[in-house]
Design a protein around this ligand. Sequence first.
Ligand code: DAK
Length: 258
Amino acid sequence: MAYETIIVEIEDYVATIRLNRPDAMNALNDQLFKELADALGAAQANEKVRCIVLTGSEKFFAAGADIKMMSDLSFVDVFAGDLFTQDTAAILRVRKPIIAAVAGYALGGGCELAMMCDFIIAGDNAKFGQPEINLGVVAGIGGTQRLTRFVGKSKAMDMNLTGRFMDAEEAERAGLVSRVVPVKKLMEEALAAAAKISEKSMITVMAVKEAVNRSYETTLAEGLLFERRVFNAMFATDDQKEGMSAFLEKREPQFRDK
Ligand code: DAK
């Protein structure tokens, strides 16, 4: 598939997917979601990709779903057409880690897209928000749900009810982002994190992703049981033997994803 709204580069086992609709601040439309879903599916299937970085420009990650595209839609259009649902679900099907590298605006669907990634590294100019209330709608892909789990009820209510933006420093304090870096260093930091992940066993990496995500879907007791069973299962892999032997032999492990 040839892409018009995203740019994909694969280097050193990391796929960088850059949102690219600069005239609309990377507003998310059907085409972009479809291309993103396709690129993520391809990255999942590509053995030369071990980690994915999703980013925008230095000034905007994405200013939300495309308001021009949505403004004339009816209830029937969005309900029967299930607006964006299939393609956003594709993001959640990716088993390889996805890092969101966010600079500038991440608003509405942009903030929600970042939250669908596995973790967010923010440039110091990042601004997160769920301003849908100003448009007479509510958030539609996690702004009332995932954001609440990230930052708690009070801040999630504040952001969804007032539509105010949260800067990078507040976002880090609140637990929405894992780290804040100078915007000029954002891609360097995100790619360095991706490179570190790429050195690990993909089996373990995918197991970690599944286990952490499980914590959002279940009780603590069930989550701990799941974690323990995943831990047990790791002992069926060659990479567990290699990782532990390498430590004892004081050398770097050579993981083979087996
Ligand atoms: N959609 C379309 N165009 C947008 C846009 C957007 N979200 N955001 C910005 N643009 C366009 C502007 O229209 C303008 O285009 P021209 O007029 O030059 O043609 C250009 O980008 C530059 O924007 P501004 O002139 O406004 O630039 P400023 O620096 O003054 O302001 C801003 C930047 C980001 C603060 C402002 O543009 C802004 O407030 N943008 C809208 C932010 C917003 O309300 N976002 C939430 C959209 S609603 C769902 C999935 C997803 C969603 C819902 C359901 N399902 C699966 C069910 C998501 C909904 C949303 O995200």
